[in-house]
Design a protein around this ligand. Sequence first.
Ligand code: ZN
Length: 247
Amino acid sequence: MFWRKKWLDELPDGEESPFLECRHLLFEEEADYPICPSCGKLIKKNLPQNSVDRSHLYLIHQKVQRIWSVQLGKGYSWFLIFILALFLPDFLSNIILKNGNYGFTTFVVPSHRTPGMFAFAMTGYILPCLFFLGQERTKRFTTFSLGFERFHKILYSWPVRLVTFVAVICFINVIMPKIYGVEGDVFIGKHSQLTPAQHVKGVELFIFVNMLCNWIVAGLLVVHQLIDRRRTWWLKEANEAYLAGGC
Ligand SMILES: [Zn+2]
């Protein structure tokens, strides 16, 4: 992507890949920040020269690193959510079907041509992922570097946020059960031994498992977003405190 180009140009020789490491990109109003608001590390070129300021900064830096949202934001990555999202559908199906007598033990008749439960749950993950995945700052940098500042400001204004949030909730709640209902009907129908009542119950369970996965993943993404915001806010606060000479 071409907005990465600028990052690469700013890299000193011999530094690591720009795709995994934070490049400490700062917005205009953050130009003097000695602590990176994205990753929380110290920014070499903004470190103070004299030792009094330096120790003051290290003190603030240590203090802000101890805040729970700053600590949690480091470990609670979208990668963890992805792994969970991948295994949750089959895991939940197993638990539910093994602990009840529904006339079948797997939703999908095992064969090399049928996908695992993840393939179904995934459809519902797409929309919440689009809206709640990723750091706010990264999104801002992306749209700003592409010159979509105005678009970004509209997209991230409170009214638009609220409408999108409600739309995503409605999509998960109203549209997804219908899609899963149709899919469930087809796949439960392949268990030829089921009575009509067992078939209906099977479809219900199929919808339930997928919806549960959708809600868990959407919830985790929202929590991830909230932690990310809180963390960024604290890191910015620390910088402001340092620049104002406070603690
Ligand atoms: Zn950084």
